[in-house]
Design a protein around this ligand. Structure first.
Ligand code: SF4
Ligand code: SF4
Length: 464
């Protein structure tokens, strides 16, 4: 079997504090739901309800205001008790409706009427996707209709890439979702491909998960609607990244003499939501979230309502073993700090973790790996560490010159060099160009024994 992969760098990321790949656990319904009126990286939506109003389950509470924003629906029935401004972990400052759950559910526990997606034109499908507020739940929360609308009028063939690449143990929630909703995800892929007027579907699966990828591709092929291919890629992080996945797909194109044209990348959570929006005509009200980390008693994959607060999720996992030193949403490689446990699950929160161990704290003085490398270097050179650096810059004093960051950078950059120049604010056009090439995968930072904030500084050199 041919396995395609990017050419240089990357890491094999393992984390035993992430939840296992068993079944998902249905989370309790949130007594208080916090619903942000903005997609993760998008524009604000316009509220259509106010404090004091009563809302039904799945009722529209904020309307899309053009590209970048999406319709927002109430995840639970209840009363709006507040409209509060939050600074989300994503860095977005936004309003959120606080809904106190009360009354009866109009969807939960009722028989679901099913609609036939084949009856809709691509234009109607995109309209329904917009109406039900489906966003890219496996990415940055961009409204899905904005993505699909970019492609449907092009002369170049379009390929829908079903991205099932599990290069990070914190993507476990997506894996469990794929296992539990395989046929819904296959239908979601068919619908999305039709909505984007795609010519073909490509199922991309990482090697260890080959069996489930083959099953998914077989269901899509059996529908007879689209030409479908299965491609196997490596599982080294950041294989799922668009750049690295693009390298693997171009290799596939060359070897198999195919023309993929323009690619739209969608993952299991988004395709599952597309299925629900068209077949059940309901907006995304819940998502699978991996909850874990060394501070959490019983890590689990929870099926949680959007708007549930992180404190509730941690409680459902048995609470904390000890006071966490760091809590973040996303994977430890790219996670953004959570400032308040009252922050809610959003459409794109695939994981939340809390850690209490020293390795999670960026402090080189207590990192045993740094001491070990410094001692080795001292034995080899007979010189006291820190050893002389390539550049003698004061702020980079913690760098021990091991070169591990260079070895893992998939772009072929020299993070050590860039970091040292940036840390003393030596800007130049060449340095800016190098910084722009960095796509913030975080590999360099993950392997740096001195725990220097390499990728954070390189991706955002001005620190804004
Ligand atoms: S320099 Fe940028 S692209 Fe290279 S490993 Fe670091 S974060 Fe990734
Ligand atoms: S990995 Fe860290 S300590 Fe090693 S060379 Fe790179 S910046 Fe320096």
């Amino acid at each position: 079997m041919k396995v395609y992969s990017f050419l240089h760098g990357g890491i094999s990321f393992e984390d035993r504090t992430a939840p296992g790949r068993g079944e998902s656990v249905l989370s309790f319904l949130p007594g208080l739901a916090v619903v942000p009126l903005v997609t993760q990286n998008g524009s604000r939506s316009l509220p259509v309800v106010k404090v004091g109003d009563t809302v039904k389950e799945a009722q529209l509470i904020a309307r899309r205001q053009g590209a970048g924003s999406a319709n927002v629906h109430s995840p639970v029935p209840g009363k709006i008790i507040d409209n509060r401004t939050w600074n989300m972990a994503s860095g977005v400052f936004c309003n959120s409706m606080i809904i106190r759950m009360e009354g009866s559910f109009s969807m939960l526990g009722h028989t679901e009427k099913r609609y036939k997606w084949e009856d809709y034109s691509p234009f109607e499908l995109r309209g329904l996707i917009e109406t039900f507020g489906v966003v890219d739940m496996d990415g940055t929360g961009v409204p899905l209709n904005d993505i699909l609308s970019m492609y449907h009028q092009t002369d170049i063939p379009v390929t829908l890439v079903v991205r099932c690449v599990f290069d990070d143990p914190w993507l476990v929630a997506n894996y469990v979702l794929l296992k539990e909703r395989l046929s819904e995800i296959a239908t979601g892929a068919l619908i999305a491909a039709r909505a984007a007027c795609a010519a073909q579907i490509l199922v991309v699966i990482s090697l260890p998960e080959y069996a489930i990828g083959a099953e998914l591709a077989a269901i899509i092929t059996d529908s007879g609607q689209f030409n479908t291919e299965l491609i196997v890629v490596g599982a080294r992080y950041p294989q799922r990244n668009k750049r690295e996945l693009g390298i693997a797909l171009r290799q596939f194109e060359r070897k198999e003499k195919k023309n993929l044209g323009l690619c739209i990348y969608l993952g299991p959570s988004t395709l599952s939501a597309v299925n629900d929006a068209i077949i059940l005509q309901k907006p995304p009200l819940e998502r699978y979230v991996a909850v874990g980390g060394s501070a959490v008693k019983r890590p689990k994959v929870l099926k949680a309502r959007i708007g549930s607060r992180f404190s509730q999720l941690f409680e459902e996992c048995g609470g904390f073993i000890s006071r966490p030193k760091r809590t973040a949403v996303g994977s430890p490689l790219l996670g953004r700090p959570v400032f308040s446990l009252d922050e809610p699950v959003t459409a794109s929160s695939y994981a939340v973790f809390a850690v209490c161990d020293e390795s999670a704290v960026r402090n080189s003085a207590t990192n045993p790996r740094v001491l070990e490398l410094r001692n080795q270097r001292q034995l080899m050179t007979g010189k006291p560490s820190p050893v002389p650096f390539k550049h003698n810059y004061a702020r980079a004093i913690d760098c021990i010159g091991c070169g591990e960051c260079r070895a893992v950078c998939p772009v072929g950059l020299d993070p050590e060099d860039i970091y040292k120049m940036l840390s003393v604010q030596i800007y130049s056009p060449v340095l800016s160009k190098l910084c722009r090439q960095c796509h913030g995968c975080g590999c360099c930072e993950a392997v740096c024994p001195s725990r220097l904030p390499l990728s954070r500084l390189i991706i955002n050199p001005s620190g804004s």
